[in-house]
Design a protein around this ligand. Structure first.
Ligand SMILES: Nc1nc2c(ncn2[C@@H]2O[C@H](COP(=O)(O)OP(=O)(O)OP(=O)(O)O)[C@@H](O)[C@H]2O)c(=O)[nH]1
Length: 323
């Protein structure tokens, strides 16, 4: 049987960062792995970020999104059928930051996939700096991902205070209660919740994560509709400098007046090209923007959030809202 791992986590929690490390660890152990990027967006930035892993023992596959839930489920299934013939012994699935976890279990329970695959580790990555108040939909995603996880990694703990980390676990428990799930995580127990930055995970941590399994818990489902709430917007070929982008990202994510016009933004990511042709990778979470050189890229800025207004955001990125 091929083992299949699911790595969930809200926008910007650290899934891609974790997968880079986890995949290397699995390859060092002699596994032949496939990474399936299961993204709802039209362009898969994460796929570009994982390119460096590709080689004899690792392949990347992607399900292109921009479709309704049923089509996505069908594409996921078809992809797994093809991947079962490709000689992998372990598959890692990274869904988009907004994901209905049922799709994973339902597809794997159906024939013929149930004959070929067994669920390995279900790992939920939760940002220790998660805001105390989230929308109903965001709380549902948080709880549904935690409910079945074999382990939770509480990421960004290097930036968070111990109180913030405890508050994040309390938040998960509150969200679980809201969906009538009995599962409860102990704020002081390092067993089920690994309180560590994704950058600081050791080989021993990875060994434990490889075998952490999953938990089957019942909870009340919520239908996160295809068109309401969360949205990913793609701004292609923007003529924007790194300074202008950092400024716009800070305003878009922190300014309450701008939020009224543009919507609630959780995440901005993408690439911009410098005048000399080199690429910069942009990552904005918690209203903080980091810009780092990237080996390659595509001229796109992705803005993800709730109730977004595309034109207002475009104007803000162009710096024209305040003129
Ligand atoms: N300080 C700190 N930064 C982190 C940690 N994990 C990830 N990051 C950074 O947070 C940003 C987002 O990380 P990603 O790994 O891209 O997050 P993701 O969950 O794949 O994000 P989405 O693609 O939006 O779903 C990047 O700038 C990472 O370098 C962590 O534990 N600590």
């Amino acid at each position: 049987m091929i083992k299949i791992d699911l790595i969930t986590g809200f926008l910007g929690s650290g899934k891609t960062t974790f997968i880079k490390k986890y995949a290397k660890h699995l390859m060092d152990k002699g596994h032949h792995i496939g990474i399936l990027e299961n993204d709802f967006g039209a362009i898969n930035v994460d796929m570009m970020l994982l390119q460096e892993l590709m080689g004899d023992y690792c392949d990347l596959e992607m399900i292109s999104g921009g479709c309704d839930k049923e089509t996505h489920r069908r594409r996921f299934r078809t992809k797994l059928i093809a991947m079962a013939m490709s000689g992998y012994d372990r598959i890692i699935v990274e869904p988009s930051g907004i994901y209905d976890i049922d799709e994973f279990f339902d597809v794997l329970h159906d024939e013929p996939l149930d004959q070929w695959y067994e669920v390995g580790s279900v790992i939920a990555i939760v940002d220790a700096q998660i805001p105390d108040k989230l929308s109903k939909e965001a709380d549902y995603l948080l709880a549904s991902e935690a409910a079945d996880a074999g382990r939770i990694i509480l990421s960004h703990t290097d930036e968070a205070s111990p109180e913030q980390a405890k508050a994040a676990v309390k938040h998960i428990n509150r969200a679980l209660k809201q969906i009538q799930c009995r599962r409860h995580f102990d704020e002081n127990n390092a067993g089920e919740v690994l309180m560590k930055s994704t950058m600081q995970l050791t080989k021993e941590d990875m060994d434990a994560l490889m075998t952490c399994g999953y938990v089957s818990e019942d909870f009340q489902k919520m239908d996160i509709g295809d068109d309401e709430g969360f949205k990913s917007l793609f701004f292609m070929n923007m003529d924007i400098s790194r300074e202008q982008l950092a400024r716009a990202a800070a305003v878009l994510m922190n300014d309450k007046e701008i939020e009224k016009k543009c919507g609630h933004i959780y995440r901005i990511k993408g690439f911009i090209q410098e005048a000399d042709g080199s690429w910069l990778q942009i990552n904005a979470i918690h209203g903080q923007t980091t810009v780092e050189p990237a080996a390659s890229g595509q001229s796109v800025i992705i803005v993800i959030g709730e109730h977004l207004d595309e034109e207002s955001i475009r104007r803000e990125l162009n710096g024209s809202n305040r003129q």
